[in-house]
Design a binder for this molecule. Structure first.
Ligand code: PMP
Length: 447
C-alpha cells in the first residue's frame, strides 16, 4: 500500500519528532507561545526563513504561505528590514525616552492610514484591540462592545466571547462574568446590529474584522463594513476596524483605503513592525484625545485612558517598522502578492474541479482559503465554514507540508510580495498531489 500522508510526515521529520517530547516537557501541549502550533503527531520545528521560503530542522524546504501569521508581506528576512535591525542593534534596545525613529514611524502610519490623526504604539495585535476597546469605552462613557461571531481580535478577556463556536460560550475559560456580560456577540447582520443599537443605550463601540472572520475565511456581504460605518454614525457609537491583518496588506492604507471608509479607530500589528513584535491603535483626533495628559489633576486622574508598556515603540521595532513601511508605501508588494494569490486561487480551483472534489477556493487580496464540503460558500455561515472535519483539515496541511508547502492555518494561506510564478507553479503541483493523496486515502470524495 502507498505511504499515507501521516506516514510520510513522520518519515520526513525525525528531528522535529525527537524535539517534541522535550517541548512537551517544558510547554503546555508543547506549544512554546501559541496554541496554533500544537498539532498531532508533532509540529514541525522551523530553523530559518528567507524570501518566500523557510526550512525546518530536518533540512526540508517549504514555500511559505504562513509568513509569520501574515506579518511578512515582504517575505522572510527582507534585506532592508534585516539591515535596519542590524544597524539598530548595537545602539541599545531601550532608553526610556522619546526616540526620533519612533516619531518617523508614527508619521509614516499617519500618512498611510486614512483614519490616523494620532497613533499609539502597543506590544501586539491583541494589545491594540484591548486599548481600542478601552478608548471606545472611555470616549462614550458606556460599557458594552458589539463584535461579530468568529472574528478574531487576539486572546484577551474582552474578545474571547464569540470567538469560537458555540458563540455563546467564550473561547477560553478564565474569563470573568463581567467581561462576558460586557460583550454582545452578533452574527454579521446589519438588521441585528441596528436592533441592538436602537434598544440598548449602553453600547460603546463595534469591532469588526473588515475582511470577515479570520482574514476572510467567513466573508462578509458586500457593503457590510459601510453598513457598520453608517449605523455606528447614526447611533453615535465608536467604530473600531481591526486591521491587524488587512492593514498595509489590502493596500498601503489597509482595507479602509480600499473601501473608502474611515473608522473612528483602527488596530494594527504584524506588517506594521516589519514582522517584529508590536502593534498600534490609530484614530481620529477626538477619540485619541482621551489619552491626552493635560496637566489638569482632575482630568488626568479621573477622566483619561491610562496606558503603559515597557517595550512599546522600542527602537528595534521602530527601525524595522520604518524599513517595512517605506517599502509597503509604494503598493508594489501588495500588487505582486495579490497577483500571485489570484494565480494560486485559479490554479487551485482548476485542481479541485479536475478531481471533481466537493470543495471550493476563495479569498480576497493576497489570501486564499479552501473549504472542503461544498462547491460554493454562498449562504454558509461561520459555523459551516469552519466545520470541515479536523482530519480533513490536518491531512490537507500535512499533505502539503510533505510536498514542500506550508499554510497559515490548516486550510488558508497568505502571500508575500516576493512569491514568484515559479513558487506558484511548484505549489500547485503540491496541491495537486495532496488532493490526489487525500482522495486515495478516502479523506475526501467526489462532488
Ligand atoms: N486581530 C486580528 C484580525 C488578528 O488576525 C490577530 C492575530 N492573528 C490579532 C488581532 C491579534 O494579534 P497578535 O497575535 O499580534 O496579538
Amino acid at each position: 500500500m502507498a505511504e499515507s500522508i501521516r506516514e510520510a510526515y513522520i518519515r520526513r521529520n525525525p528531528k522535529s519528532a525527537a524535539l517534541f517530547p522535550r517541548f512537551k516537557q517544558i510547554f503546555p501541549s508543547g506549544g512554546g507561545g501559541h496554541d496554533g502550533y500544537v498539532t498531532s503527531p508533532f509540529p514541525i520545528a522551523i530553523e530559518r526563513g528567507l524570501g518566500s521560503r523557510k526550512w525546518d530542522v530536518d533540512g526540508n524546504e517549504y514555500i511559505d504561505y504562513g509568513l509569520g501569521s501574515a506579518s511578512l508581506l515582504l517575505g522572510h528576512s527582507h534585506p532592508e528590514v534585516v539591515e535596519a535591525l542590524m544597524q539598530a542593534a548595537p545602539s541599545g534596545s531601550h532608553y526610556g525616552a522619546p526616540v526620533e525613529k519612533v516619531l518617523e514611524w508614527g508619521e509614516r502610519v499617519c500618512s498611510l492610514i486614512p483614519c490616523a490623526d494620532k497613533v499609539r504604539f502597543v506590544g501586539s495585535g491583541a494589545e491594540s484591540t484591548a486599548l481600542a476597546i478601552r478608548i471606545a469605552r472611555a470616549y462614550s462613557g458606556k460599557d458594552k462592545i458589539i463584535r461579530w461571531e468568529s472574528h478574531y481580535h487576539g486572546w484577551h478577556d474582552y474578545v474571547m466571547p464569540g470567538n469560537l463556536s458555540p458563540f455563546d460560550v467564550p473561547a477560553s475559560t478564565g474569563i470573568p462574568r463581567g467581561a462576558v456580560d460586557s460583550v454582545i456577540v452578533l452574527p454579521p447582520d446589519l438588521a441585528a446590529l441596528e436592533s441592538i443599537l436602537a434598544s440598548d443605550n449602553d453600547i460603546a463601540g463595534v469591532i469588526t474584522e473588515g475582511s470577515g472572520a479570520s482574514y476572510g475565511t467567513v466573508p462578509l456581504e458586500p457593503g457590510f463594513v459601510q453598513g457598520v460605518r453608517d449605523l455606528t454614525r447614526k447611533y453615535d457609537v465608536v467604530m473600531i476596524l481591526d486591521e491587524v491583518i488587512t492593514g498595509f496588506r489590502w493596500s498601503p492604507g489597509g482595507l479602509q483605503q480600499n473601501l473608502g471608509i474611515e473608522p473612528d479607530l483602527c488596530t494594527m500589528a504584524k506588517i506594521l513592525t516589519g514582522g517584529l513584535p508590536g502593534g498600534a491603535v490609530a484614530g481620529r483626533e477626538q477619540f485619541m484625545a482621551v489619552m491626552e495628559i493635560t496637566g489638569d489633576a482632575q482630568h488626568d486622574r479621573y477622566e483619561r485612558v491610562y496606558h503603559g508598556g515597557t517595550f512599546n515603540a522600542n527602537p528595534y521595532c521602530a527601525a524595522t517598522g520604518n524599513a517595512a513601511l517605506n517599502i509597503v508605501a509604494t503598493g508594489e508588494m501588495q500588487a505582486n502578492a495579490d497577483r500571485m494569490a489570484e494565480r494560486l486561487r485559479v490554479g487551485l480551483r482548476e485542481i479541485v474541479d479536475r478531481y471533481e472534489v466537493a470543495a471550493c477556493v476563495y479569498g480576497e487580496s493576497s489570501t486564499f482559503h479552501i473549504f472542503f464540503g461544498a462547491k460554493s460558500i454562498d449562504g454558509l455561515d461561520a459555523n459551516s465554514l469552519k466545520s470541515a472535519p479536523p482530519e480533513v483539515q490536518t491531512n490537507f496541511r500535512q499533505g502539503l507540508q510533505v510536498r514542500g508547502v506550508d499554510l497559515m492555518s490548516r486550510t488558508s494561506g497568505v502571500l508575500s510580495g516576493v512569491h514568484t510564478e515559479a513558487d506558484i507553479n511548484q505549489s500547485l503541483e503540491a496541491f495537486d498531489g495532496t488532493i490526489k493523496a487525500m482522495m486515495d486515502e478516502g479523506l475526501i470524495s467526489h462532488e
